[in-house]
Design a protein around this ligand. Sequence first.
Ligand code: PMP
Length: 292
Amino acid sequence: MTNEQGVCWIDGQLLKPAEARISVFDHGLLYGDGIFEGIRFYNGQPFMLAEHLIRLNDSARALAITIPYSDAQLGEAIKQVISTANSRDGYLRLVITRGVGSLGIDPASCQHPSTIIIASPLAMVSAQTRRQGLKLIIAGIRRMAVDVLDARIKSLNYLNNILARMQANTAGADEAVLLNAAGYIAEGSADNIFIVKNDCLYTPPVSEGALAGVTRHIVMQLAAASGITVKEERLAPYDLYTADECFLTGTGAELLPVREIDGRTMQACPGAMFNLLEQAFQQFIKDETISA
Ligand code: PMP
């Protein structure tokens, strides 16, 4: 599926991507005033839709945006988009913006939030990188502090993540890790981070500036179900450099093993715990999206 083969849904209308239009006065464009979810579909079915809609609704409430559609209506629209996409597996972007308003910043000028659903292929990393593991850098750009913009809001403001990712590109790395204002690990530019040390699984708590990732949550549950000790703990760069294993999680990323961080090589890549969780995750996808 190429971008032009996909489909879009805007405010109730199914459109070809080339025909899809958003106003230049939409505050999503002018100010990044909006929220989004990235949702996978496997076997023609949306994956973890309920969890994504919960997070979308929470993001909307945090920003006082009223989503013009119920969860059931959004679910129907998503199913419509998936059935029109010419692939059983893919990626959806659900975006709600503050809507069309005046050029000024005041959200009070926006009367109707815009709702956009896009189906598109997604190639986060090449199959080779996925096999070999990723090279990470710790970026100089910090994750916004929770008292500046709470990381739990999945907003259209990704600029500091983008700047961090640009640092990774410049350094010839695959992904950047962002620290919070206090210098502790928050997350990747578009994914959550886990390390393994002495057979325990660690990930930073959401309060350190991590998005409450849907994949993060699944991985923690699968690990606990396999008898693995899972700890949400503050992590320093030292903990990453000295980890036995490290991996990233995300809707687009799924699970990605990490090979190297700032020139330090992980003990194992992919490690035994990664392999176990990756297998459990793939089985979980199958179980959740089995044909009705
Ligand atoms: N952190 C950030 C900044 C992200 O953009 C994403 C991708 N949505 C994640 C973490 C992973 O979250 P999820 O597993 O819900 O996709």
